[in-house]
Design a protein around this ligand. Structure first.
Ligand code: MN
Length: 488
C-alpha cells in the first residue's frame, strides 16, 4: 500500500520525535509506531486512525504536544491521540490487574471515559497492545507476566466484544504463553498430535464434502480452523480436563455465497454424517451478542471421528475474523462522518454496548454519578435472550430484571408496569430473567414511574428512561402546586 502525503508526513514527524529513543529490544523506537501503523492498515482502518496510530506514543513520550498534532493533522487525529494517551495513563495507574478489577474505581473510570469517546481509540490501543505482545520476549519476566495477564483478562475479551476473532485468538495465545508457559506447551503438543492423527480422515472428509456440495451446485470454500490454545485450556477446565468431551478439536469451515446456501450446506452435511443431538447452533437466525453469525453443527463421521462444521457466508466470515474493523472497512465513510458528529448510530445493533459506553462517558464528563458496578455488569456479562408473548426475541444482559425488559420494549410500557408474568406465571419485579423466558409485562394507564424502581433495573438504557420519566413527573407536580393567579 502506498502512503498518502498525510500519512508520510506523520511518519516523518514521529520518526523525528522519537529520535534517540530505543525499545527494550534495542531497536529504534520508531519500529513500534510503524508496526502499529501496519496492523491498523491490515485491519482496514481509516486514515485518521492510522495517523493517530503512528503518533500514539508521541504526546506521552516526546516533546510533541497535542496542539502540534492538532495544527498538523486536525482535530480528529488529535482527539484520537489524546484518547490513547489517557487510556495508557489509566493503565499505568493500575498497580495490578487483580486490584484493578474489583474496586479500583478511578482507573476503571478513566479507562471507560477514554473508550467511550471514540471506539477507534480502543482499536488503536488493541493494535498497540498486539505489537507489544508480539515483542514481549524483550521485557523482564515480571513485566511479561503482568502485561500478558492484563491482555488475557481485559484486552482479549474486549477484542471478542468487538468480534475481532483473529485478534482475540492471537492475543490470547501470545499472552497465555507467558502466563502459563508449561501448560501452553503441553496443550500445543496435544493439539499438534491430535491434528496429525486426524489428518488422514480429515482429508477424506474434505473429499466427501467437496463431492456432495459440487453435486448440489453450491459454490464453496473449505478450510480447517485452528483452535486457540487458550480456548482449549478454558474448555478443558470446564470439562474436568476430559479431552473426549471437547467436540470442536477438529473443525472445518465452509464458506458459501449466501444464506440459503448455508442452510443447504447444513442439509448436505447432515445427509453425509450423523449429527450429534443438541449440537446444532443457528447463529444466523440468532447471532451471538457480538454479532457473530454462522451455522454450527457437530457430526460423527464414517470413521467415528467427531468433527465440527462452521458454515457461513463470505461477509459473515469477514465479520467473524475482523469484527468492528470489518464494519469500518465496509462503512468507512459513514462511520467516520458519524464519529465526527459524535454519533455512532450506524453501528450494528449488536454493538450497541458501545453506545451505552458513550452515554456513560458523557455523564461522567458532566460530573454525574454513575454506578460502575452496574456498568461493568452490563459491559462484561453475557447476554440472555428472552421472548415477548408474541415471540419477538429481546436480548438483554445477564441478570436483567423485568423492568429492563419493559423499558427495552417501549418507555410507555416501562412507565406503566404493574406486574409481570414469566412463562405464564405471575412473578415479581425482582425476579432475574433467565435465558429463554417468555416475559409478559402487565400495565395500567393509572400507574406512574417510581423512584424505588431504580433498584430493580440494571441496564443503563432503562435507568435513563426511568429517570427521565421521574423528572417529567416531578416537574408536572411542581407546576400543579403553584396556585393559579387569581383575577382581581
Ligand atoms: Mn505504544
Amino acid at each position: 500500500m502506498k502512503d498518502s502525503p498525510r500519512v508520510k508526513h506523520a511518519v516523518e514527524i514521529a520518526t523525528k520525535a522519537h529520535e534517540g529513543q530505543f525499545r527494550k529490544t534495542g531497536e529504534p523506537y520508531i519500529i513500534h509506531p510503524l508496526a502499529v501503523k501496519k496492523i491498523l492498515e491490515e485491519w482496514g482502518m481509516d486514515e485518521d486512525t492510522i495517523i493517530a496510530g503512528i503518533l500514539h506514543d508521541t504526546v506521552e513520550d516526546t516533546s510533541l504536544t497535542l496542539n502540534d498534532i492538532k495544527k498538523e493533522f486536525g482535530e480528529s487525529v488529535a482527539f484520537l491521540v489524546d484518547g490513547v494517551t489517557k487510556l495508557s495513563t489509566a493503565r499505568n495507574g493500575m498497580r495490578d490487574i487483580d486490584t484493578y478489577l474489583p474496586e479500583t474505581r478511578d482507573n476503571f473510570l478513566r479507562l471507560m471515559i477514554a473508550l467511550g469517546d471514540d471506539i477507534r481509540v480502543l482499536i488503536i490501543k488493541l493494535a498497540d497492545r498486539l505489537h507489544n505482545l508480539r515483542t514481549l520476549s524483550a521485557l523482564p519476566p515480571e513485566k511479561q507476566k503482568k502485561i500478558a495477564k492484563e491482555s488475557l483478562e481485559v484486552f482479549a475479551p474486549l477484542a471478542d466484544r468487538l468480534n475481532m476473532g483473529l485478534l482475540r485468538v492471537e492475543m490470547a495465545d501470545l499472552s497465555f504463553k507467558y502466563v502459563d508457559p508449561k501448560r501452553y506447551d503441553e496443550l500445543k503438543d496435544l493439539i499438534d498430535k491430535y491434528n496429525k492423527s486426524a489428518a488422514r480422515s480429515l482429508k477424506r472428509i474434505e473429499e466427501e464434502i467437496t463431492e456432495a456440495l459440487k453435486k448440489e451446485k453450491i459454490h464453496f470454500e473449505l478450510s480447517g480452523r485452528v483452535k486457540s490454545i487458550y480456548s482449549l485450556h478454558k474448555k478443558l477446565a470446564k470439562h474436568n480436563q476430559n479431552i473426549n468431551e471437547i467436540y470442536d478439536l477438529i473443525a472445518l469451515r465452509v464458506i458459501v455465497d449466501d444464506i440459503t446456501d448455508c442452510y443447504l450446506t447444513l442439509g448436505v452435511i447432515h445427509s453425509l454424517y450423523t449429527p450429534m443431538g443438541g449440537r446444532i447452533k443457528d447463529y444466523i437466525a440468532m447471532p451471538k451478542q457480538n454479532g457473530y453469525q454462522s451455522l454450527h453443527t457437530t457430526v460423527i463421521t464414517k470413521d467415528k471421528r467427531i468433527v465440527e462444521f462452521q458454515i457461513r457466508t463470505h461477509e459473515m466470515h469477514e465479520y467473524a475474523e475482523r469484527g468492528l474493523a470489518a464494519s469500518f472497512y465496509y462503512n468507512e465513510q459513514k462511520l467516520t462522518e458519524n464519529y465526527k458528529k459524535g454519533k455512532i448510530e450506524h453501528l450494528p445493533t449488536n454493538l450497541l454496548w458501545i453506545t451505552e459506553l458513550q452515554m456513560t462517558a458523557a455523564k461522567l464528563r458532566e460530573g454525574k454519578k454513575v454506578d460502575l458496578k452496574k456498568l461493568k455488569l452490563n459491559l462484561f456479562a453475557d447476554k440472555i435472550f428472552v421472548y415477548t408473548p408474541k415471540g419477538d426475541i429481546i436480548d438483554l444482559p445477564k441478570g436483567s430484571l423485568p423492568l429492563d425488559f419493559a423499558y427495552r420494549l417501549h418507555s410507555e410500557i416501562g412507565d406503566h408496569v404493574v406486574g409481570v408474568k414469566i412463562n405464564g406465571k405471575m412473578s415479581n419485579l425482582n425476579k432475574k430473567l433467565e435465558q429463554g423466558d417468555i416475559v409478559e409485562i402487565l400495565t395500567s394507564k393509572n400507574q406512574t414511574p417510581k423512584s424505588s424502581w431504580l433498584d430493580k433495573i440494571i441496564t443503563p438504557h432503562a435507568r435513563q428512561k426511568l429517570l427521565r420519566a421521574i423528572n417529567i413527573r416531578e416537574r408536572n407536580n411542581a407546576e400543579k402546586k403553584i396556585p393559579p393567579i387569581k383575577k382581581k
